[in-house]
Structures are given as C-alpha cells and as structure tokens.
Write a protein that binds this ligand. Structure first.
Ligand SMILES: Cc1cc2nc3c(=O)[nH]c(=O)nc-3n(C[C@H](O)[C@H](O)[C@H](O)COP(=O)(O)O)c2cc1C
Length: 360
C-alpha cells in the first residue's frame, strides 16, 4: 500500500488516508438575512462531493470567528450558536462520504471587507454596500487603495482570543472532528507574526516572543474547548520578503518548537500573503522543502500542499519523510474524485462507493 493511502492517527481521530482537501473559500453564503454567513446547498454538495471523492480529511473553508473577520460578506462565520443547525448539516454531508470533517477558523484582520475571489478579492470600502472597516495589529493597510485598518486594543485582542475559543467550541458541537487555526495567507494571526504588518510597541509586538503570543494564546484557548480532537495550525513558513525583514523560515521553525509545548498536533505548511503582489515563482511542490526543514528541525508532524500535481509527487513527499500528509487545493476544485483516481493509480485499488459500482 502507498504511504498516501495509509491511515493516520491524529489526536483522538484516525484519518483514513493522508490526502486531504485543503480549505478553499467558496464565497457562496448569503451576505444578509436570517441565514447570512451560514453554509447552504452549494456548500453541502461541494463538500459532500469531495468526501465521496476519497479525501481522508475534508477541511471546510475559512470560517470567521467574528463577522468583521470575514474576508468577504459571502464568507462563512461561526460567530454565534444560531448558525449551528446549518453547520451540523454540513458535517453530516461530509461524514456521509467517509472523510473526517474539519474546519478552518479564521480572522482576516486588515484583509477583511473584500469582494469574492473571482472578483480578484478587490477591496470593498467601509462605506460601500456590505463593506466594513477592518481591524489589524497596526494601522497599516494591506493594499495602497485600502482603508487604514483600526488598530486593535489590548481588550480587543483578548476579544479575538475569546472569539476563537467560542467558535471552536461551536465547531465541535456541530460535529467537526478537527480544528484548523489559520496563521497564514496574510490573515490576522499572520499579521501579528510578521514584523511587516505588526509595528506594535506593547507586548503583542516587537520581540519575537511578543509577535507569536497571540497565536499561542489562540492555540491554548482552542485546546481548552476541543479536548483531544486534533488541533492543526496552518502556518505561513515565510513572507518571501526579499529584504528579509518579514517572517522567515527560521521564525517558523521556532514557532513550531514553541507550539509543541502547547499541544499542536500538526502544522499545515504554506507561505506568503503578507506582501501584496509578491508572486512566488512557484514550481510544483514549492512548499515541500519548507515542510521538510520544519519537520527535520522540530520533529513535528506536517502536512503540505501547493502545486502538488501528481500522485507520484504526493507519494514521494511522504516516502522521503518531508511531510506526513498532503493537502490538495485547486486540483480538487477541478476534480472532486482526484483522491480515488490517485489511489487507483498508486495502489491499483478501485474504491468507488457501492452506489457507483455499476459505473466502474
Ligand atoms: C478558490 C480558492 C480559495 C481558497 N481559500 C482558502 C481559504 O479559505 N483558506 C486558506 O487557508 N487557504 C485558501 N486557499 C489556498 C488553498 O488552500 C491552497 O493552499 C492553495 O490553493 C495552494 O494549493 P494548490 O496549489 O494545491 O491549489 C484558497 C485557494 C483557492 C484556489
């Protein structure tokens, strides 16, 4: 059997294989009304298809812990218990296909209040319909045309920690079996990590130990309410800042070392997002060397995605000990059944659901 399709123990869960669906925003929730920011028929079919498609874990897209933490007015949020019934239905649709249901909890900070991804996430001004003023560690806009975000006070920051705790507790109540905390893609937690976005002079900024403080506080708060369920941190391993003044791989290694004592089960390695317009000349598997370095230096478990385009490449990342699991992104949008196809390619196993038996 291939490494990719071996089960994996993580916290109190056994994930059936090591090829997972990464979080990908659908920007398809209602922006207003009784069911605003809740999953709907689009999400149910999208995630059910990927679960039937054979991914071991299905990570639901970025779900905001507060409404102001949404990237767009069409993003999901778990900011209150009223939303639980629709999230429970989403969990059921994933379980039905056999995957472990997980959810990414997020806060976009200064990257909030934009249009949908297919509108190039363009900035939505605070006074535009459905727009709002974003918050951030420091009053530094993400893009030049963006509003200057409101700097969070110490009290606000503890409010963010509380919002993560409460959203995580709701996620477990809805039936999710794993929680992903995102400190990546230029979002709020990543903004606190990076000296490029965090210019604070208090004990949430400046020194490395201050900049990682919010991430560690969020990890502790989430762990308190999720018990033995897997806690995964999606982390940018570098800002790719040419001047070397941003968040660097050596910082990422140090954070993972710290995170070990805080009980993180696995680190999902990505990169970039703090500096707009910095386009990484990314070849296939461009995060794999970052994951390799973190795994070697810390002995922490990692998963990795980013242009992993073939079954052989995914298998090689595991076989060579560069990661413990592989995360599929855009490939999985184009092909819900990618995991089944790769399993058949690597192991010669046709594991299609019985309902589809006559189609094989
Ligand atoms: C449409 C789309 C939406 C995405 N939304 C999220 C998201 O909600 N949260 C997140 O952490 N990453 C998000 N990503 C990043 C992906 O999870 C993934 O890391 C990235 O696409 C690189 O992997 P790939 O080369 O396999 O696509 C998104 C990517 C795409 C294409």
């Amino acid at each position: 059997m291939s490494h990719l399709f071996e089960p994996m123990s993580l916290g109190n869960v056994t994930v059936k294989n090591r090829l997972w669906l990464g979080p990908m925003s659908q920007y398809s929730a209602q922006a207003t009304g009784d069911h605003a920011s809740e999953p709907n028929a689009w999400h149910f079919q999208h995630y059910a298809s990927r679960s039937v498609g054979g991914y071991g874990m299905v990570v639901v897209e970025s779900t905001a812990v507060t409404l102001e933490g949404r990237a767009t007015p069409y993003c999901l949020a778990l900011d209150c218990a009223d939303k639980l019934p629709d999230f429970e239905q989403l969990v059921d649709s994933i379980l039905m296909g056999g995957a472990t249901p997980a959810i990414e909890l997020n806060h976009y900070g200064r990257m909030a209040s934009t249009r949908q991804g297919w509108m190039h996430s363009s900035y939505l001004a605070p006074d535009a319909p459905l727009g709002w003023l974003p918050v951030a560690p420091s009053p530094i806009p993400f893009t030049e045309d963006g509003a200057i975000p409101r700097e969070l006070t110490d009290e606000d920051i503890w409010g963010v920690v509380r919002a993560y705790r409460e959203a995580a507790e709701r996620a477990i109540r809805a039936g999710f079996e794993a929680v992903v905390i995102a400190a990546s893609g230029g979002n709020l937690l990543h903004q606190f990590l990076s000296p490029l976005a965090n210019h604070r002079g208090d004990d949430w900024g400046g020194l490395f130990s201050n900049r990682i403080r919010l991430v560690l506080e969020v990890i502790d708060a989430v762990r308190e309410v999720i018990g033995e369920h897997p806690l995964i941190v999606r982390m940018a391993a570098t800002d790719w800042d040419a001047a070397g003044k941003g968040w660097r791989l050596t910082d990422a290694v140090e954070l993972v070392r710290n995170g070990k004592e805080h009980g993180v089960d696995l680190w999902d390695i990505t990169s970039g997002g703090i500096v707009p317009g910095v386009v990484q000349e990314a070849g296939p598997g461009y995060h794999v060397p970052l994951s390799d370095r973190i795994r070697r230096d810390t002995h922490a478990a990692t998963s990795v995605g980013g242009k992993i385009i073939s079954a052989g490449q995914a298998e090689q990342a595991l076989l060579s000990g560069q990661a413990d699991a592989v995360v599929a992104g855009r490939n999985a949008l184009r092909d819900p059944y990618l995991a089944r196809r790769w399993q058949s390619e690597l192991d010669g196993v046709d594991s299609w659901p019985l309902q589809y038996w006559r189609g094989i």
